[in-house]
Ligand binder design. Sequence first.
Ligand code: SF4
Length: 65
Amino acid sequence: MKIKVDQHNCIGAGNCAQLAPKVFSQREEDGVVILLDETPGDSEAEDVAKAVKICPAQAISVSEG
Ligand code: SF4
């Protein structure tokens, strides 16, 4: 699993960081997403999938590999 985030689209809602705090964080000054782990293990897959779904800006994408 390989994750990409689009910091330009991110509106800093923070849902991703709440759902998968090992994978996503937020910039302190404006809440924009920070990707902590670009290739997390399978244990994070479910939380990452939820984060993708719940992101209001569609700023998270996941690909295989
Ligand atoms: S859920 Fe989406 S909009 Fe909210 S901080 Fe994460 S990437 Fe940004």
